[in-house]
Design a protein around this ligand. Structure first.
Ligand code: PHE
Ligand code: ZN
Length: 849
């Protein structure tokens, strides 16, 4: 059997639905393999856009349907049903049967460890009942749940309940993708919040009884912080009597912003010092904030269609980034966000999966929940804010909320509020939403008679389906630094709008060193001939923390490149620069720690390919190892002092300050461990009272080929904790030697608690393998084959998860012909697999194209 050519959906074909759904009443009679769902909808023809009465529906068994109480026989296909309908308001009723227990795709209504839950975004509601499952159809939902469970939850406010049933009513019209239902034996971690206008809100985090109950406190505080922050910074108040969060073990994504009933992957809400790292705490804080912020940017104002996904996601990511910056260090947060853009998003933009922040077409929308839509989407908001200024940004946001509350909006609507507030034409800016690929800005400079001039030339390479690119408006922040190290021109925002423009700075006594693209003011690639001496100078002197980091990163990459391709010794300028930063106690520990981060093997492979070379994964691996050892030696007088100074006394707290100290201490430990054979790390492993220090010590030991006993102890201690066990699976693969990584991953799939049905567990092994550059790209092709086999198996159960993980192959064309031949074989075998999902087949097709 061949896979039928799937249908492509185009933005240009958008047409409103032919009917309004004024209200919908759902009754659920829960049963593991035979849940009944009865839907009653008040339907009204859309006079402006008459059309067929078509309701989406997939994998539903229709029991009966009625219009105005009279049985009807609709035309049913695999995608939905069409029914003759009156040309006047009517009541549609239908009963369907579904099977949550056998739903392994984790989309629609499914069961996870005995509890019922739903995931409807993007198009999962159609697996629950027949309905116009599109975000521009908004309706008022009332939900009755019948089932023998102590806790029965849905959106909105509770309106009634008794033994075996509960009813919920959500007064805010919403699209079906925001519907949610949860039923189970759950307990709540309660809280309360009073909004700034004095409304009391009941808050709950729901978990299964048992150890998870002790992991809710941090999430509850994060929720309250988020609610306060959105009131203070965006003036947005919560709008229901109750806000529920539920932790679910089997979940494809991080979390979901269902109205008043957020559903979270347990890994993104449950936290305790013993089981969660500082990075986990920060991520949980950010995700809780993100989902909460969606209540306004996503729910009150939603998307007209899925092409507009970045309208809610880009803005909400931008908001959660602001929030996280406010909790700790804006500088470090910016460095981390920019670093992620430059590694993962630039990679997506440069490869076969490149797509605009607002795509113009898709086959399967689930494949577009990407770093481009989310993170590049957030960068576009940041650029807008830079271009119009903070005050105008705030006014534009107020206008957006005022004008579009209750709407299913578009990027055009979004840009219009900025145009209306500022009078500025954003026509050129809009190209950022429509054009895929990362712009490159080539920089040249000149210094004559006290005037420094910078010439910027922009160019964007072709991406799939977009051969020609137009110039963008690029906010380009620049500062100038004198050779003495003094800043002579503080940050200025240049606006590059033409293909080439020259900007001048007069009245300078000597040629300055430019600090370009400060704060990563636009998601572009800088092209400039520069020297290691200049990089070292900026690493030491730049006043812009992002650029200081960037200079260090560029210097490290240059040094590594010479080590990898020419077997050179590490450049002392880099090592001395690091030493100076480490010694500078006036610098934030978290900042010093990020300065110690090295480019990833994957980034180095990209850089090699970029300059026309063919990356050799083992050479890259050994180059990085050599630099790590050289660094440890060069800094051996400083590391122990830093390690001692950065110990945090007293009970563990995940606050940004303590976390920054631990981060720097553990960076120091990684250097110490390269020299002391693991003595200090073993000691830390024994003494640690928190997961951050525990797992870091274990990782350092494994880095030098030790830690077997500690790993076994860790495994045994945490057998009963799924989330910590995921960490163990992930670390075991990540820290395997390159030649053992594939074998290790394969062996772990035989562990009794390896469960491919659980996305976290699958990712802990295969995500770690994909990130193990030298292991995954082993010349034998074993990594490619193992991944391909398991993606094929996973696809049959959970297409979304398989399609996401298939991006492991995104960069395959970088490597040598032998490796490429094996990947091609693996991808072609997948593409030809019987019944391959639309999700995976679209991804594989794009990667093979
Ligand atoms: N909308 C969710 C978020 O960004 C992500 C998500 C998408 C979750 C699709 C589930 C399914 O917060
Ligand atoms: Zn989101």
């Amino acid at each position: 059997m061949t896979n039928a050519a799937p249908q492509t959906i185009y933005l240009k074909d958008y047409r409103p639905f032919g009917y309004h759904i004024d209200a919908v009443h759902l009754t659920f009679k829960l049963a593991p393999t035979a849940t009944r769902v009865i839907a009653r909808m008040q339907v009204r023809p859309n006079a402006d856009y008459p059309g067929a009465f078509f309701l989406h529906g997939q994998e539903l068994t229709l029991i009966w349907a009625k219009i105005d109480g009279v049985p009807v026989t609709p035309d049913v296909t695999a995608e939905g049903l069409t029914c003759d309908a009156p040309d006047a308001p009517f009541v549609w009723e239908a009963e369907v049967e579904i099977s949550p227990d056998t739903n392994t795709a984790l989309e629609g209504l499914y069961t996870s460890n005995g509890m019922y839950c739903t995931q409807c975004e993007a198009e999962g509601f159609r697996k629950i009942t027949y309905y116009p499952d599109r975000p521009d159809v908004m309706s008022v939902f009332t939900v009755r749940i019948e089932g023998d469970f102590p806790v029965l939850l849905s959106n909105g406010n509770p309106v009634g309940q008794d033994e075996g049933w509960a009813e919920w009513h959500d007064p805010w019209p919403k699209p079906a993708y925001l519907f949610a239902l949860v039923a189970g034996d759950l307990v709540n971690h309660p809280g309360t919040f009073t909004t700034k206008s004095g409304k009391d809100v009941e808050l709950n985090i729901w978990v299964r009884p048992g150890p998870d109950e002790a992991k809710c406190a941090f999430g509850m505080e994060a929720l309250k912080r988020s609610m306060t922050w959105d009131e203070n910074v965006y003036g947005r108040e919560y709008d229901l009597d109750i806000f529920n969060i539920v932790a679910v073990d089997d979940f494809n994504m991080g979390a979901m912003e269902n109205k008043g009933l957020n559903v979270f992957n347990s890994s993104c809400v449950l936290a305790s010092p013993e089981t969660s790292t500082d990075a986990n705490f920060e991520r949980i804080d950010a995700i809780i904030a993100h989902e909460y912020f969606h209540n306004w940017t996503g729910n009150r104002i939603t998307c007209r269609d899925w092409f507009q996904l970045c309208l809610k996601e880009g803005l909400t990511v931008f908001r959660d980034q602001q929030y996280t910056g406010d909790q700790g260090s804006h500088a470090v947060k910016r460095i981390e966000d920019a670093s992620l853009m430059r590694s993962a998003q630039f990679q997506e933009d440069a490869g076969p999966l490149a797509h605009p922040v607002r795509p113009a077409s898709f086959v399967e929308i689930n494949n577009f929940y990407t770093i481009t839509v989310y993170e590049k989407g957030a960068e576009l908001i940041g650029m807008l804010k830079r271009l119009v200024g903070d005050a105008a940004y705030a006014q534009a946001l107020d206008l957006y909320f005022e004008r579009h509350d209750g709407d299913a909006a578009t990027i055009e609507d979004w840009l219009a509020v900025f145009e209306d507030v500022t009078g500025r034409d954003l026509g050129q800016f809009k190209r950022w939403y429509e054009q895929a690929g990362t712009p490159r800005v080539a920089v040249s400079d000149d210094f004559t008679n006290g005037t420094y001039s910078l010439t910027l030339r922009q160019h964007t390479r072709p991406t799939p389906g977009q051969p020609d690119k137009a110039p963008l408006v690029i906010p380009f922040a620049v500062g100038l630094i004198a050779p003495s190290g003094a800043e002579v021109v503080p940050t200025q925002l240049l606006e590059l709008t033409e293909e080439e423009q020259t900007f001048t700075f007069g009245g300078l006594s000597e040629k300055p060193v430019p600090s370009l693209l400060r704060d990563f003011s636009a998601p572009v690639i800088l092209e400039r001939d520069t020297t290691n001496a200049e990089r070292a100078f900026l690493m030491a002197n730049d006043t812009d923390p992002y650029n200081r980091w960037q200079a260090g990163d560029a210097l490290a990459s240059a040094v590594l490149m010479d080590m990898i391709t020419e077997d050179a010794a590490p450049d002392a300028a880099y090592l001395d620069g690091l030493a100076a930063i480490l010694r500078d106690d006036s610098l934030d520990p978290a900042f010093r720690a990020v300065m110690l981060d090295l480019p990833s093997e994957d980034e180095l492979a990209r850089d090699i390919a970029e300059t026309g070379g063919v990356p050799d994964p083992m050479a890259i691996y050994h180059g990085l190892e050599a630099l790590r050892v050289a660094r440890a030696q060069h800094l051996q007088d400083i590391s122990p002092r830093i390690y001692a100074d950065m110990q945090v006394a007293g009970p563990y707290s995940p606050d940004a300050k303590s976390a920054g100290k631990r981060r720097l201490a553990n960076s120091a430990l990684s250097m110490i461990t390269r020299l002391d054979g693991g003595v200090a790390a073993a000691r830390q492993f024994e003494a640690a009272d928190n997961m951050t220090n525990k797992i870091s010590a274990l990782a350092q030991l494994m880095n030098i080929g030790k830690g077997e006993a500690q790993s076994a102890a860790f495994r045994a201690d945490w057998k009963a904790d799924r989330l910590v066990t995921d960490k163990w699976f992930g670390l075991t693969v990540a820290r395997a030697a390159p030649e053992d990584a594939v074998g290790t991953a394969a062996r772990l799939t035989d562990e009794p608690d390896f469960d491919m049905g659980n996305p976290n567990r699958f990712r802990s092994v295969f995500g770690a393998l994909a990130n193990h550059h030298a292991g995954f790209h082993d010349a034998s092709g074993a990594g490619y084959r193992l991944m391909g086999d398991w993606l094929g198996k996973l696809d049959a159960k959970n297409p979304q998860a398989a399609a996401r993980m298939s991006t492991a192959f995104e960069t395959w064309r970088r490597y040598d012909p032998d490796r490429q031949a094996i990947v091609r074989e693996v991808l072609e075998a997948l593409a030809g697999q019987d019944g391959l999902s639309r999700d995976t087949s679209e991804m594989v097709g794009r990667m093979l194209a």
